[in-house]
Design a protein around this ligand. Structure first.
Ligand SMILES: [Zn+2]
Length: 477
């Protein structure tokens, strides 16, 4: 078929692709800052125009309510009813970017994209806010679509796509769930979701991320006396909420560093021998990673029976993310604070249920109420984990596409992080998600001097282009 023509088109038109990249990056689409609302609208329109030029039917959909409007969503679909082959793909990405502070730490202005040659620090790259997260990664897909349309005249090269680009990913996707609900009919026609917002295993080592973890997040407050007390007059006579809270918190793990909340591990998929073997063969070095954060090899600790990568990709965790209470000013103050609180998060794996975990955790605290004290709880929400079956037709197609485009078999990896949209699509419309991302660990996403390397851009654009033919050749049963 025409994949080679599209790959050639991408090479021949690279200068124009990079010019388009720079144009898009110049638009300061900081979705969380209302001051930038005209910019987010402009960035959305820019993407909509790009997709229109590639033959898609495109709409800009408003989100939120009249009183509290959200950022627009770009929704593009393949025109017409028939004449498409292979699985129907929902491509998800986001055009909003993180704020730029601290701006003084940028070597060049965040919205004046800078094209730098390869040097000791990194490869040839574009430095700007959003370069990697997620405009660069989305543009790989957009340019592949442009290439197919230019060379064959067919939108999406004959594969049916629905494309959803949101403008609130960096601020919690607050209107996405409602949007998915309102557009269930359109979105649920897709067979699989495709996202480019993840990383590779390393430079020149492309990867498919076939699973991300979910999240539950609660805050607990232990309340004792109705006022702060003098520790000389009251110490040893009454419950000190900080003492009592920390004693309870310390019971969250057993000797084997397993979480002690009843039913916490319900539904956790057991690792297969084949998966363990495959992960072992990736050659990820936990000691080097520890060294990179200033820790010695003996710091390689966690749930008994699992190695470092297994604990990150296949096991749930519980972490205290903050403890608040008592006197924290300079010097000494002998006070017993009237209350103390802690923020706790749980990273979850398939098939744990975020809401059930939060409820079980709250019950666990209630069962350990210190004498005379009371609890207050807040559920900060969470999201479902999402794992795509490695033998699924679209995932196998993505595997072959990357191998063809990059000349190397992609590593099959998971991520310990959470990408809530994947869990949302799984729970609301039953879609599995394939993450085909080309970021590098040192791309400084969310930080000053964010960059995207052109080698990564090339690999990604070519992989998305090759995926079209692989999907066309695959059957989606
Ligand atoms: Zn981000």
């Amino acid at each position: 078929m025409s994949t080679q023509q599209v790959l050639d088109w991408l090479t021949e038109n690279e200068t124009q692709s990079i010019e388009r990249f720079i144009q898009w990056l110049k638009i300061p689409s900081i979705g969380t800052d209302p001051k930038h609302d005209p910019d987010t609208a402009k960035a959305a329109q820019w993407a909509a125009d790009h997709l229109k030029e590639s033959g898609f039917s495109v709409e800009l959909k408003s989100t939120g309510t009249k009183d509290n409007p959200g950022q627009p969503i770009v929704l593009a679909t393949s025109p017409g009813d028939d004449d498409y082959t292979g699985p129907h793909v929902l491509f998800y990405g986001h055009y909003d970017v993180q704020p730029v502070d601290p701006v003084e730490l940028w070597d060049s202005p965040p919205f004046e994209p800078t094209h730098l040659p390869a040097d000791d620090h990194a490869g040839e790259r574009i430095v700007a806010r959003g370069a990697c997260d997620d405009k660069g990664q989305v543009l790989m897909f957009l340019e592949a679509m442009r290439g197919w349309h230019q060379t064959t005249g067919k939108p999406g090269g004959g594969v049916r796509y629905t494309i959803l680009l949101e403008g609130e990913e960096e601020s919690g996707s607050v209107n996405l769930e409602q949007f998915v609900d309102d557009h269930k009919d359109t979105l649920s026609k897709a067979d699989v979701c495709l996202i480019s917002d993840t990383g590779m295993l390393g430079r020149g080592k492309p990867a498919i991320t076939y699973g991300v973890r979910g999240l539950a997040y609660i805050e607990v407050t232990l309340i004792g006396p109705d006022q702060d007390l003098h520790s000389g007059l009251w110490g040893g006579k009454v419950p000190n909420p900080i003492n009592e809270l920390t004693k309870v918190l310390a019971q969250l793990w057993d000797q084997d560093r397993r979480v002690t909340i009843p039913n916490f591990y319900d539904g956790v998929r057991e690792l297969t021998a084949a998966e363990r073997q495959a992960w072992q063969e990736l050659g990820v070095d936990p000691v080097a990673a520890l060294k990179g954060i200033g820790l010695p090899p003996e710091a390689n600790i966690g749930e008994k029976g699992f190695n470092s990568i297994e604990r990150e990709w296949a096991r749930p965790t519980c972490d205290i993310n903050g403890i608040i209470g008592g006197y924290t000013g300079p010097g000494a103050k002998t006070v017993i604070a009237s209350k103390a609180s802690a923020k706790l998060s749980f990273r979850l794996v398939d098939d744990q249920d975020s809401e059930k975990i939060a409820a079980a955790a709250i019950q666990w605290f209630k069962d350990r109420t210190p004498p005379g004290c009371t609890w207050e709880f807040e559920n900060h929400g969470g999201g479902a984990p999402a794992t795509c079956a490695t033998e699924s037709t679209p995932l196998q197609a993505a595997f072959r596409a990357i191998e063809r485009a990059c000349g190397i078999k992609p590593a099959m990896i998971k991520s310990g992080g959470s990408i809530p949209v994947a869990g949302l699509l799984k729970t609301t419309i039953g879609l599995e998600t394939i993450f085909m991302g080309f970021g590098l660990e040192d791309d400084r996403v969310h930080s000053p001097n964010e960059k995207f390397e052109l080698d990564c851009f090339r690999m990604g654009a070519k992989s998305h282009a090759a995926l079209v033919e692989e999907l066309t050749n695959s059957t989606s049963d």
